[in-house]
Design a protein around this ligand. Structure first.
Ligand code: ZN
Ligand code: FE
Ligand code: FE
Ligand code: ZN
Length: 292
């Protein structure tokens, strides 16, 4: 096999789902094939973790289904032409720790993503709950979101903060100075926890039309030395690696030269690929910073 002889053009995609979460299509093998076609050098399945008490049951596998998830990822690892990681996307919410802490430790995950999808009982990023956004106090919602991120980081249960500014999904955002004020203390705690944050390209597919996090939030993370990973949040094989050229460009513009590589929940730095316009030699070779 020769695929790894030259530096890969893209980073690993550490955010893929499977049909077990009830809102994704395509078998895991099809995600792997899509990664191979697109030159994505490694992938991680991070399907939504089962949760007790019926928490958000319509978006996740049941406890009984978890062994099937673990089994199909480990079967795919065997004979795969590139690394396939076994991970999970686990929600943080008040009270989650009583189950999650021991459960996460009991599994042999390569990477654990921490997500906030709920404020109270409002699944604020769900299309079916979108009607509440126009009536919401946007700044107060974001404030609560970042408060939960502090707790997520302080819990020390996770490796990566997924889609770090998810409340912007439908375009309801406070002013930049407010975001700065709210995000800074949360990112301080993420840095203290030694966690990474994810550049999640699924925001490009939603009304906000922007990668999570924003350039502003990513620059605050960079100032704090927080490592990054990349994730498409693919819920179908076609979305594997989607928008990664743009994500790499953003990371480079902010100043990043490495990204996090995971294995058995240990993180090591890997070189960040050069953006496509440099590797393509399209007249801007050697410029680390394209004109805005
Ligand atoms: Zn999902
Ligand atoms: Fe998520
Ligand atoms: Fe996801
Ligand atoms: Zn997600």
């Amino acid at each position: 096999m020769t695929i790894m002889n030259s530096a890969p053009a893209f980073p690993a995609d550490y955010h893929l789902h499977t049909p077990l979460c009830k809102h994704a299509g395509g078998e895991p093998a099809a995600y792997l094939e899509s990664a191979a076609r697109k030159g994505i050098p490694a992938i991680a399945f991070v399907d939504h973790a089962p949760a007790p008490g019926g928490y958000d049951a319509r978006h996740r596998m049941s406890m009984e289904e978890f062994p099937r998830y673990a089994g199909c990822v480990s079967a795919l690892k065997e004979g795969a032409d590139r690394p396939v990681l076994f991970g999970v996307e686990a929600d943080y919410y008040d009270g989650c720790e009583s189950f999650l802490r021991d459960w996460l430790r009991a599994q042999s995950f390569d990477v654990v993503l921490g997500s906030i999808h709920y404020i109270g009982d409002w699944g604020f990023d769900c299309e079916t709950a979108l009607a509440q956004w126009p009536k919401a106090d946007v700044k107060a919602v974001w404030k609560q979101y970042f408060r939960l991120m502090i707790k997520l980081a302080d819990s020390r249960m996770y490796d990566v903060v997924a889609h770090p500014d998810l409340p912007k999904k439908f375009g309801f955002c406070p002013a930049d100075r407010d975001i700065r004020e709210m995000a800074q203390p949360a990112l301080d705690r993420v840095a203290a926890a030694g966690m990474a944050i994810e550049l999640n390209t699924s925001g490009l597919r939603w009304p906000v039309r922007e990668i999570y996090p924003s350039p502003l939030a990513l620059s605050l993370a960079f100032e704090r030395g927080i490592p990054i990973t990349f994730g498409s949040d693919a819920h179908s094989p076609a979305d594997v690696g989607c928008g990664f050229d743009q994500a790499v460009r953003l990371a480079r513009q902010i100043g990043y030269t490495t990204c996090g590589r995971f294995r058995a929940r240990q993180q090591t730095p890997a070189p960040l690929p050069l953006p496509a316009y440099v590797t393509a030699g399209a007249g801007v070779r050697g410029r680390a910073r394209p004109a805005p």
